[in-house]
Design a protein around this ligand. Structure first.
Ligand code: SF4
Length: 470
């Protein structure tokens, strides 16, 4: 709330300074100037009045260009500023995230009629005895009258869980992003929503469910799998949720590992920011199970990945899993740019390789920060003190806000260089990047898959790169 007070004061001063300096501007032009001025003031921690002190005698276009140059200096110099995203700025106290309860303990648990009596429902009853349990006909029915519509509704989602009986939405190909190279990932659609609170999370804007969803009928997923399966595919549960965040309660990992032992030609990935690995450590598994962690420097975790685990905890869990014979994966995603980023990411890379052997790593992904423009306003609302929006983020090839292409290329090349010091054979892919970026950076993805990419056969087709991995 302290940061909310500081930022709303800044916005108030910005609006008042713009009114005084440009009294005759129309509403839309005024909004653009307010946003640019506010963002510069926040980034540079300067008073807005000092930024526009001598602009009262210049016209709108000149003022806007001056502010754009100061707000996006690199993009401006490199002529990458043709598209900007300058929506109306609003800050709302009610939308600000105030994390009171770190522990996940839903107050209300809705159980679909068809999921009553399921093992998962019983485990939730046992784990959350103080919660109020109610039966609903179906989640679909419930959502007709209870959709999340506001940011403050989203902030409350951890208070509600739904135990459902999934009938049709079992698997899908990862939608990736427009005009990007897909990595061939497939989604095993078990759970929707997350208990962690990351500033950059796309789910903030994507979901309208008033709670976190847990399907109870995992056996139906397994039954449906034979018609979805393709030899060599990569599939996992970490797209719409965190694969292991509540594995001590859901115990999803146990039947999954058991099931995929019968499908050695498929790679299954659990992707997580948790260290909930106890179930995985106590079961027999086969070599096609990959346990993956998203990694960032601790300073970035502290400022952006609230309620998740520390970097050291994640690496220590990875080490335990490798000692138990699992293959590992690491996702440097999103890589966040800040002063001194290279040194901090190098420390993370070195820490990984001081703890696990390159041969135990199935793949590594690198993806720089990007999000749908609408997410920007949600981040401002929920995390007014965030620093991630202070960098230059502009609409790019897929209309998502991204760092300038030259900066992204530098980041990818530097990360690949850091990784190659430890092993020249690590399979690495770029997450949600354009084919031109793949060609410039040339990550170390297996040669067969790369040929597909460079020849264009893989472009936007989400072809199973895993075929080359199996
Ligand atoms: S862990 Fe992943 S899914 Fe969960 S809040 Fe963070 S980014 Fe979103």
């Amino acid at each position: 709330m302290q940061t909310y007070r500081r930022e709303s004061e800044r916005l108030k001063n910005t609006v008042s300074d713009v009114e005084k300096t440009f009294p005759r501007l129309g509403v839309n032009k005024k909004q653009e100037i307010i946003r640019l001025l506010y963002e510069i003031s926040k980034k540079e921690n300067t008073l807005p009045s000092s930024i526009i002190k001598d602009m009262d005698s210049i016209d709108f276009n000149t003022a806007k260009q001056r502010l754009l140059r100061r707000r996006f200096p690199n993009s401006y110099i490199n002529n990458e500023i043709s598209r900007t995203y300058l929506p109306k700025l609003r800050l709302d106290k009610k939308s600000c995230l105030d994390i009171k309860n770190k522990r996940f303990y839903p107050e209300t648990i809705f159980i679909e009629k068809a999921a009553q009596g399921s093992r998962l429902a019983e485990r939730f009853r046992k784990s959350f005895p103080q919660a109020s349990f109610s039966e609903i006909k179906s989640l679909k029915d419930y959502l007709k009258t209870h959709r999340n519509t506001t940011v403050s509704d989203y902030n409350k989602r951890r208070g509600t869980a739904f135990i459902t009986y999934e009938n049709y939405d079992f698997f899908k190909t990862c939608p990736c992003t427009k005009k990007a190279i897909g990595c061939g990932y497939n989604i095993f659609n078990l759970s929707f929503g997350c208990i962690f609170e990351c500033t950059f999370c796309y789910l903030q804007e994507y979901t309208n469910s008033p709670g976190i969803i847990f399907p109870a009928n995992i056996d139906n997923f397994f039954r449906e799998f034979s018609s979805y399966k393709r030899k060599g595919m990569r599939i996992g549960t970490g797209e719409f949720s965190d694969s292991l965040m509540l594995d001590n309660i859901t115990e999803y990992s146990l039947p999954i590992v058991e099931f995929f032992r019968k499908h050695p030609d498929v790679l299954f990935e659990f992707k997580t920011k948790s260290v909930n690995i106890e179930n995985l450590l106590k079961i027999d598994h086969s070599g096609n199970i990959v346990i993956a962690w998203s990694l960032n420097p601790q300073s970035i975790i502290d400022e952006n990945e609230f309620l998740s685990t520390s970097l050291l905890q994640r690496i220590s869990a990875a080490k335990k899993c490798s000692q138990a014979g699992y293959r590992l994966a690491f996702h440097f995603d999103p890589v966040i740019y800040f002063d001194g980023w290279k040194k901090e990411y190098k420390k993370v890379v070195d820490l990984v390789f001081s703890s696990v052997k390159p041969n135990d790593i199935a793949w590594i992904s690198i993806g720089t920060l990007r999000f749908n423009p609408k997410v920007k306003q949600v981040i401002e609302d929920r995390f007014p003190g965030n620093k991630i929006l202070d960098q230059e983020l502009l609409p790019d090839f897929d209309n998502k806000l991204r760092y300038p292409a030259a900066l992204r290329q530098n980041i990818y090349k530097a990360m690949l260089e850091m990784l190659s010091r430890h092993s020249k054979k690590l399979p690495v892919y770029l997450c949600m990047e354009s084919s031109s970026m793949w060609k410039k950076v040339r990550p170390l993805w297996p040669s067969g898959a790369l040929q597909d990419i460079y020849s264009g056969r893989c472009h936007t087709q989400h072809k199973a790169l895993g075929q080359h991995m199996a």
